[in-house]
Write a protein that binds this ligand. Structure first.
Ligand code: ME8
Length: 514
């Protein structure tokens, strides 16, 4: 039996088209999912759309469409983004599906039965853009005296009957949970922020609304719809089969990793485990909050309209260059200002030059001088041994990095090997050995082919399309490309196809300035 690995993206609001921020989370999760599959895990990878709440209701009204029709349209656009980005999700959940409404109602009832929900009245601030309640003390006063949410979102005063969840009772148990599970929240700075927020004291949380209709009706009191975050978070168990504990997919719960943007960490690291503990359901193992892509220092967001369309970038630079760049350029937990110049430079220097040229040089020498067949290794010198050892160390090194979601560090490890291989080929100069020592030439080319095989194998999760091409050119059978397969040498004499460049250089348009 393979070990299971359950990974999720946030489910995205359907209040506007997807942008590079959504693509970023989806790609990062895809790399994790593909990596775990490559490493022998039974993976369940979930993404989808968050379709209820006031913000979506308003977006539908602005578009002049009934909410269901509107959400059908926008959800389809998010679904299509997944295909464009080559995301390997196993399911795509929509919160307007019947299976999800059932899960929400059952969870609600469990919380009621546990005495965790009571009827009261909410009197306070609400930010529709964040779909969040704020305490007076959390608001920020702007120079003109008006008050906004810490995110900058406008707030309105809400006064309405509401059901509450007894979040205040969970403070100690949450703190004990963070203490006992140091990996539950990452990165560490975010963990500390959550801990100090919870230490500061928790108020009971309003979990229903009565001033609009677009949500899951509260069982037994249909004047209320569930608070969109209670509804949304439940998606992670719906897709695993909740409430059916005999569902085949229930084996995946608890999730191993929820990847989220730092804007929604509180919902995942405070409210979600409290709801689950209160309902007697196991809590997820880890929540990783990544940083934001910004445009001129401001968070890219649908609501602000300052976004970059992933489809444009893919059309211009190619999918794998975009996937690579997003995870290479900025450490995963940090913010980064999006720059096309930086993308072009990574594409031309690291992909086309460092990796693409290395493969092209090595493979065309094999094509020309070894009859297009994979040569044999000969006696191993110290230089060869160092080179081979560096490549062979990659799987274990990346396993450690990716278990911490250090996507950029993992790529740096691979590039160290690629740069070392470029040094190796220059030092060994196999083109010169052709006349002086053809056996040694064949050996050096075999070392390079083996190094490229390791590199391309571990890079598959990041750049599935290009690495498939590279592995084809190296003669690696399509069903033998896992980490475990690296232990078996490629058969001597394997015929290789004619090499062809994998990463074309991008010739920069002089008009590109950002
Ligand atoms: O919050 N940089 O949905 P959402 C990086 N429906 N990542 C970004 C980003 C940016 N500028 N902008 C968005 C919601 N993201 C809720 C989630 S989960 C139960 C419910 C990514 O459409 C990031 O992952 O606002 C962020 O958390 C997510 O999109 C928010 O998407």
């Amino acid at each position: 039996m393979k070990p299971t690995f359950y990974i999720t993206t946030p489910i995205f609001y359907v209040n506007g088209a997807p942008h590079i921020g959504h693509a970023y989370t989806a790609i990062a999760c895809d790399v994790m999912a593909r990596w775990k599959r490559l490493d022998g895990f039974d993976v369940f990878f979930l993404t989808g759309t968050d379709e209820h709440g006031q913000k979506v209701e308003k977006a539908a009204a602005d578009a002049g469409l009934p909410p269901q029709e509107f959400t059908d349209r926008i959800s389809a656009v998010f679904h299509a983004m997944g295909a464009q980005l080559d995301i390997s999700n196993d399911d795509f959940i929509r919160t307007t599906e019947e299976r999800h409404k059932i899960a929400c109602r059952v969870l609600w009832q469990k919380l009621v039965d546990a005495g965790q929900i009571y009827l009261g009245s909410y009197d306070g601030w609400y930010a529709v853009r964040d779909e969040a309640f704020y305490d007076e003390s959390e608001l920020v006063t702007r120079p003109d005296g008006s008050k906004v949410a810490p995110s900058g979102a406008p707030v309105e005063w809400v006064k309405e009957p509401s059901y509450f969840f007894r979040l205040s009772e969970w403070q100690d148990r949450l703190l004990a949970h963070y203490e006992a599970n140091p990996d539950f929240i990452a990165p560490a700075t975010r963990r500390n922020e959550v801990i100090s927020f919870v230490r500061g004291g928790l108020h009971d949380l309003s979990v229903s609304r009565t001033s609009f209709r677009w949500g899951v009706p509260v069982p037994g009191d249909e004047a209320h719809v569930m608070y969109v975050w209670l509804d949304a978070l439940t998606n992670y168990i719906t897709a695993a089969g909740y409430p059916d504990a005999t569902a085949e997919r229930w084996r995946y719960w608890p999730a191993d990793l929820h990847v989220v943007g730092k804007d929604i960490l509180r919902f995942h690291a405070v409210y979600w485990p409290a709801f689950l503990m209160a309902a007697g359901i196991a809590t997820p193992k880890r929540v990783y909050a990544h940083g934001w892509w910004t445009a001129s220092g401001e968070k890219m967001s649908k609501s602000l309209g300052n976004v970059m369309d992933p489809a444009d970038l893919i059309a211009t630079y190619g999918l794998d260059a975009v996937r690579f760049f997003l995870l290479r350029e900025v450490p995963f937990g940090n913010d980064g200002d999006f720059s096309r110049r930086a993308l072009v430079s990574r594409l031309n220097v690291e992909l086309a030059n460092d990796l693409g040229n290395l493969a092209q040089r090595s493979l065309s020498l094999i094509a020309k001088n070894c009859d297009g067949r994979l040569p044999a290794r000969g006696a191993v010198t110290e230089d060869d041994a160092t080179m081979l050892a560096a490549a062979e160390a990659l799987p274990a090194l990346l396993r450690e990095r990716l278990d911490r979601q250090a996507f950029g560090e993992a790529l740096e490890d691979v590039w160290k090997v690629i740069r070392a291989a470029n040094g190796y080929i220059d030092r060994q100069a196999p083109w010169a050995l052709r006349k002086t020592d053809p056996d040694r030439m064949a050996h050096v080319l075999r070392v390079l082919a083996d190094v490229l095989r390791s590199v391309a194998t571990v890079l598959q999760p990041y750049m599935p399309g290009s690495m498939a091409k590279m592995l084809d050119q190296l003669g690696v059978p399509a069903d033998a490309r896992t980490l475990a397969d690296l232990a078996s040498p490629l058969p001597l004499g394997t015929t290789l196809p004619q090499p062809a460049g994998v990463f074309p250089r991008y010739v920069e348009d002089a008009a590109v300035t950002i």
